[in-house]
Design a protein around this ligand. Structure first.
Ligand code: COA
Length: 211
């Protein structure tokens, strides 16, 4: 299936999601890559990673851009040549991008119980409100928290920004599909909204800085 969904979250912010069911050849059709991206693609070991990368180029085309409009800074953060902000995620059979005039970050993670084993790597204050006895609910919430921290990391892209120490996700209700989180690091002290939705076995999370 090609474009899974595309919608305006705000007048200046667009979110696009791709469900990857195509072959790499199909995903590559009609896509021109810059040399540097062509080389990156060739260096990718897994077919899945290559597909994720190429599906993002399809999403760019849907949004009216091409690979030629995209460049990366040394930290790996993507940027658009027209000055708009972009954030990118790919996870197994899905990829998503968000484009905005505001600072944004996006992440998509697969919901798997395995996340419980690594929770102590990215959860700190949140343990105060998480109920570990209800496994299904615990996994769903952990994935949201992980996604929020990845999305906010991408928004700020600051070396040394720790998921555990510098990003706190406030208590949230799954049914609200949104919440707030605080980033406190060096001169940054921001409380930011986040939004999430569960798509099949994945959780999509994004944050937009409204300030
Ligand atoms: C770089 C990082 C944000 C990527 O996230 P991920 O969940 O592994 O992978 P995703 O598919 O969601 O995102 C990958 C995309 O993020 C973007 N990205 C990479 N580095 C970035 C950065 N510094 N800032 C913003 N975006 C970045 C890229 O667009 C990349 O895709 P592309 O290179 O194909 O265009 C993540 O691996 C990372 O380094 N996190 C911080 C480290 C950390 O504290 N981890 C603790 C985990 S418990």
């Amino acid at each position: 299936m090609p474009l899974y969904k595309s919608y305006k979250i705000a007048h200046d912010t667009k979110l696009l999601v791709w469900k990857i069911t195509e072959s790499l050849e199909e995903l590559s059709e009609g896509t021109v890559l810059k040399n540097v991206c062509e080389q990156r693609l060739m260096g990718m070991k897994s077919e899945q990673h290559r597909k994720g990368f190429m599906s993002v180029r399809k999403l760019l085309a849907e949004a009216g851009y091409s690979d030629l409009d995209l460049f990366y800074t040394e930290d790996g953060k993507p940027h658009l040549t027209d000055g708009k902000n972009i954030s990118i995620t790919h996870s197994y059979s899905f990829s998503a991008i968000i484009i905005s005039n505001r600072s944004i970050g996006i992440d998509m993670e697969i919901r798997r119980e395995k996340v419980i084993r690594i929770a102590d790597k990215f959860v700190e204050k949140e343990f105060g409100y998480l109920d570990q006895d209800n496994t299904e609910d615990y996994v769903r919430r952990l994935i949201v928290i992980w996604g929020v921290k990845e999305a906010l990391y991408k928004m700020f892209s600051r070396q040394g920004l720790s998921f555990k120490q510098n990003i706190d996700v406030d208590s949230f209700k799954m049914e609200d599909l949104k919440g707030t989180a605080t980033v406190h690091f060096e001169e940054i002290n921001s409380n930011l909204p986040f939004y999430f939705e569960e798509i099949e076995d994945f959780t999509l999370v994004y944050s937009i800085d409204n300030n």
